[in-house]
Design a protein around this ligand. Structure first.
Ligand code: ADP
Length: 484
């Protein structure tokens, strides 16, 4: 008998549709929650990628006449992971080529307010007395701005259950002109400072944060940072006011998907005790990416969105200096055109030493985590970050900026932390090319001390990143909200 019933609402879920960390969390956290007796069902839009991968399914509800929205229906299916899925099928809003948020050219879909307004609206309908389903959640768990209006709709719904929202990235807010309030049939008085108004716009995320019973974010450090001016993105006042309702819970990772002993994407498997397979991955990666097949030169890996947030402009700037150390560099990512161009230019200019693949490639991302010697994440801010977990687990110590979840999950390597067995990467403070360079140099120097490098790699691979601890923390939040 499940202890709590939770509707988990998300705009992406691995392995069906993924643009970033939210998908990884949505794919794995419900599995972990179900294993501790939380009956979670996931609501997700029916993008083509989702519809194409559905197993056996049935239509469980239709919504023909929701004011302001085109007709839609709910399809029930069960994911391979065992998690029950409610797919919101609305072909006029979701069945189109491109990504979940943007068209094939990378421009945001102009009807995103309607697309995610509907997702929020249906989440609210399923979480109050109006629900056509026999399964009734006791809590609705929203994620990021795309689900932010749920609480606003629930504020006027009979029998509304409490809602919790998780911030995966406060920088994305879904802010639109105020007339959308009417178009989306939101409660008229919700357009207020005490509601979803934010500096003269209506804001999906502000609504989410204002109406939520409890707010969580994906690391304890980020929970503190977003209450300050630097990383509050205009919402710090609200967040400070709700300080006692905010909990930071570090993400876990899917340790089956990310297991160097069985990873289907890897040409060779390895473990901490049988590390030789890692060298085979390095050689295979160098070969695949056209890098010189040199076992001894340290290979730096990057898998990332290529955006200002991720700080990779700093890395690209110091590539010529780094290559003198020497090192090799492999980059997988896509994002801002200028950064993509720069990465391509460097690969062209330094053949055999720098390789860049512009695009999204799940398989290559695993091969980079396994085949690189160290992993570079100089994010300006990072709510949690996942690649630093993957790289530690794959024995590829990360070099990270001292921010958000990176600071919570990587222990800087120095004489003391090496001695006590906690060192698991290299952490730098102060975003500057010199600080990044000095820290990568520190990592390269240690790499050339095989005994210490082996010890560091072993520490990394022995850390526990399972979802179990995080799932228990989410369950505690649910209990608190329900007053149990
Ligand atoms: P964010 O969600 O801000 O993009 P995270 O580190 O939390 O950053 O999660 C990013 C996820 O997306 C990771 O699983 C990472 O491996 C993956 N990823 C990012 N870019 C790519 C890419 N170009 N190809 C494959 N996987 C990628």
């Amino acid at each position: 008998m499940a202890e709590i019933k939770v509707l988990f609402v998300t705009s992406e879920i691995a392995p069906l549709i993924k643009t970033g960390g939210l998908a990884d969390v949505s794919g794995a956290l419900p599995v972990a929650l179900r294993s501790i007796d939380v009956d979670v069902r996931v609501l997700v839009p029916g993008y083509p990628q989702v519809m194409a991968q559905l197993g056996p399914n049935e239509v469980v509800a239709t919504f023909a006449e929701l004011p302001g929205f085109p007709p839609s229906r709910l399809i029930f299916s069960i994911m391979k992971s065992g998690v029950p899925l409610l797919v919101l099928d609305c072909p006029s809003l979701y069945q189109r080529a491109g990504g979940p948020y943007s068209d094939p050219d990378g421009h945001d879909w102009v009807d995103n307010p309607l697309r995610f307004g509907l997702l929020s609206k249906i989440a609210a309908v399923l979480s109050c007395d109006e629900s056509p389903l026999s399964w009734h959640p006791e809590i609705v768990h929203c994620n990021d701005w795309q689900t932010g209006l749920t609480g606003a709709y629930l504020s006027v719904s009979p029998g509304a259950v409490p809602n919790v929202i998780t911030i995966h990235n406060l920088a994305f807010q879904g802010n639109y002109r105020p007339h959308k309030v009417q178009l989306l049939h939101l409660p008229p008085d919700s357009y207020d400072m005490n509601g979803l108004e934010l500096y003269g716009n209506m804001s999906f995320l502000k609504a989410g944060l204002y109406y939520a019973y409890h707010i969580t974010t994906v690391s304890p450090n980020y929970a503190r940072e977003i209450q300050g001016d630097e990383l509050g993105f205009g919402l710090q006042g609200l967040l400070q006011g709700r300080s006692s309702d905010i909990t930071g819970i570090l993400n876990g990772i899917d340790t089956e998907e990310w297991n160097s002993e069985s990873d289907k994407h890897l040409p060779a498997h390895y473990s901490s005790a049988r590390i030789s397979g890692k060298a085979a991955n390095k050689l295979a990666l160098q070969t695949r990416m056209g890098l010189n097949q040199d076992a001894d030169v340290p290979l730096l890996g990057v898998v990332s969105r290529l955006t200002h947030q991720k700080g990779l402009d700093l890395l690209l700037e110091i590539v010529p200096r780094l290559l003198e150390l020497p090192v090799q560099l492999v980059i997988l990512g896509s994002g801002e055109p200028a950064m993509q161009k720069n990465a391509r230019y460097l690969a062209h200019h330094y053949p055999g030493r720098v390789a860049a693949m512009i695009g999204f490639d799940e398989s290559l991302s695993h091969q980079i985590e396994a085949g690189s010697d160290m992993f570079i994440m100089p994010s300006r801010f990072e709510p949690c970050g996942l690649n630093q977990f993957y790289s530690q687990r794959y024995g590829t110590p990360p070099v990270v900026h001292n921010t958000g979840g990176l600071a919570d999950s990587v222990v800087d390597c120095n004489a003391d932390t090496l001695k006590d067995g906690t060192a698991s990467g290299f952490v730098f403070s102060g975003m500057s090319t010199d600080n990044l360079y000095d820290t990568i140099k520190r990592a390269v120097d240690l790499y050339h001390d095989p005994r210490k490098w082996k010890a560091l790699r072993k520490n990394c691979m022995s850390k526990d990143f399972t979802w179990e601890t995080s799932a228990k923390a989410y369950r505690a939040v649910y209990y608190k909200v329900l007053g149990r």
